[in-house]
Design a protein around this ligand. Structure first.
Ligand code: C2E
Ligand code: MG
Ligand code: MG
Length: 566
């Protein structure tokens, strides 16, 4: 064996046993050499590299149009003498698809130009990169884009909208009552609900649009390249409709709805973070307006939110300076219709704002609830009312009763009724002297806690009134389930009371039903003698309203009690 023969066979053995694909191409990318490993990757044998006596080009075997082009482009670069390295996806006939990294360079030999290549299998690296990409960009629970991906897409869509001049819409969507489902039915059901909601959402939008889950029960939809603005409203309505359909989750049937905020680029904002803020504010407005609806962003929302924030700050300040008496209670008599006698009153809070004057509880109670300041406010109301109650029981009426409003947030956060009873005891007041007013929404919660706490009030002798009855979800079945003593018919039914009117029929029905269930009825907002007479004729027990008296300061209320005593 000559030296040259020896080296040739050594080289051959080396090439054949290499862990990389090794190949040599001649002109026009044609195979001169391909080692067995590369042949197996390309699904070919030594023989098939030659067809009708002609060598075949490597591009014949790549099996993926885009990557075939990529290869040709790189080959053209190599022709200029520059070495290249690139990643190429191959999917040859008869072989598995894989990612390879190709290094290719040109050598000048006596016989002409040759191109020496090494191909390395990088499929595993690519797959783990892909997995990491999935994990950083997609939500594991729902498979939707996550916040990160959403940001990228929104940026892209904004650029596109800028280029094309076509607007884009951004929706932020929050599931109503999701927390309740999660808390009462458990996180597994909560997860199922999110998955199914994500599925329904995706079905409502166009192929090119993005749905993302930002976290919790908050989703977002990007609708780009809007040729037809009206489609935004159509999509919003179809989402609302799809989400109110019942969810069958395991053996549970669950009902929810959604609140959607919508904003447009470039109309409302130019930057992605600002757009998201606008959509959030609009979503918040949809929630405020009663949920299960969509709301479009308006600049006034910004103002409203600022006003709220300022008011929240002022409210905190008021709570920190209770000694300055920023709050006071007014008392509205609750009149017994049969006799006209007054032995009860409802305590209503008033806030004297240093700059804005008197602020209505309708304005600041929702803020207090959101910020949980209602807990401190509620305690103050309870104690102040109880002290007044003790005084009036002494001075005017030993059987006097005061009712106070307890907000749902306050109710849920009350650890127990015992510390209230302790306070009443220090004032020598029995539980029977106090009435608690709650709203229908609280009973909808269906949690065991609510029923138990109502039971505690009941056992302590504290009566419970259901306030604003008829305005909420008004499911009659819960009235029986809970310990409720009185129904307060909401003023919206009393306002238009006339003989034979629908409202008259409703009031009569409510009264009859309440009496059957052993409850007493109080009509709210009675402003005219006609309303009073109609209610009395229908058997209503008590009434409250401007006809008898507005909510009164202590002195004025005492005048009323004095007059009654005469
Ligand atoms: P509410 O408990 O249903 O109280 C009745 C509301 O109707 C009171 O409004 C009262 O002033 C008003 N009203 C009484 N009679 C008439 C009438 O003949 N015509 C009309 N148009 N209105 C009448 P106010 O005092 O502004 O309170 C509004 C709501 O704020 C209350 O509704 C209650 O939900 C809440 N609120 C008031 N004080 C407190 C409190 O101390 N704690 C909590 N959590 N909520 C309170
Ligand atoms: Mg009330
Ligand atoms: Mg009411």
């Amino acid at each position: 064996m000559t030296d040259s023969e020896f080296y040739r066979s050594l080289l051959r053995a080396y090439i054949d046993s290499a862990n990389d694909g090794i190949f040599v191409l001649c002109d026009e990318m044609k195979f001169h050499v391909a080692n067995p490993l590369l042949q197996s990757w390309l699904g070919v044998s030594e023989d098939s590299l030659v067809e009708h006596g002609r060598r075949r080009p490597m591009t014949d075997f790549i099996g993926d149009a885009e990557n075939t082009q990529l290869f040709s482009r790189n080959f053209r670069t190599v022709l200029t003498g520059q070495a290249v390295r690139f990643e190429c996806y191959i999917h040859p006939k008869g072989a598995v698809a894989r990612w390879i990294e190709i290094s290719l360079s040109k050598v000048n030999l006596d016989a002409g130009n040759m191109f020496i290549g090494v191909a390395r299998d990088i499929t595993q690296k690519k797959e783990s990169e892909e997995l990491i990409w999935q994990q950083t960009n997609f939500d594991a629970l729902t498979g939707l884009a996550n916040r990160q991906m959403f940001r990228d897409r929104l940026e892209q869509e904004i650029k596109k909208a800028h280029r094309t001049g076509l607007p884009l819409a951004l929706m932020v969507l929050d599931l109503d009552r999701f927390k309740e489902v999660n808390d009462t039915l458990g996180h597994d059901i909560g997860d199922l609900l999110l998955q199914e909601a994500a599925h329904r959402l995706s079905a409502c939008i166009r192929e090119a649009d993005t749905v993302a889950r930002l976290g919790g029960d908050e989703f977002t939809v990007i609708l780009g390249e809007l040729n037809d603005i009206d489609c935004v409203e159509r999509i919003a309505q179809s989402i609302l409709q799809k989400l109110t359909e019942p969810f069958q989750l395991g053996d549970q049937m669950v009902y929810i709805s959604a609140s959607i905020g919508i904003t447009f680029y470039p109309e409302d904002a130019l930057r992605s973070d600002e757009l998201l803020k606008c959509a959030d504010q609009a979503m918040y407005a949809a929630k405020q307006q009663g949920r299960n609806r969509r709301s479009y962003y308006a600049p006034s929302m910004q103002e409203a939110i600022q006003t709220r924030m300022r008011l929240a700050n002022d409210l905190r300040h008021a709570l920190n300076t209770l000694a300055d008496k920023p709050f006071h209670l007014v008392y509205q008599p609750i009149v017994e219709l049969a006799s006209g006698a007054i032995h009860k009153a409802e305590a209503l809070i008033r806030w004297q704002h240093p700059a804005r004057g008197l602020i209505s509880p309708a304005e600041f109670i929702p803020i207090a609830e959101e910020t949980h300041m209602i807990l401190d406010i509620g305690d103050w109301v309870f104690q102040d009312a109880a002290r007044q109650l003790a005084r009036w029981r002494q001075s005017h009426d030993a059987a006097f009763q005061i009712s106070i409003n307890v907000s749902p947030v306050q109710f849920h956060n009350m650890s127990d009724v015992a510390h209230w009873l302790d306070f009443l005891r220090t004032l020598d007041l029995p539980g029977q002297s106090l009435v608690v007013e709650i709203t229908e929404g609280l009973l909808l919660d269906a949690s065991v806690g609510v029923r138990e706490k109502l039971q505690e009030f009941h056992q302590a002798g504290i009566a419970v009134s259901l306030d604003d009855f008829g305005t909420g979800y008004s499911s009659l079945s819960y009235l029986k389930k809970f310990s409720i003593d009185n129904l307060k018919i909401d003023q919206s039914f009393v306002r238009n009371l006339a003989p034979n009117s629908d409202d008259m029929v409703l009031c009569e029905a409510i009264i009859a039903m309440a009496h059957k269930l052993g409850m007493q009825v109080i009509a709210e907002g009675v402003e005219t003698p006609e309303q009073r007479d109609l209610l009395a004729a229908a058997g209503c027990d008590y009434a409250q309203g401007y006809l008898f008296a507005r909510p009164l300061r202590i002195e004025a209320f005492e005048d009323l009690l004095d007059k009654q005593a005469k």
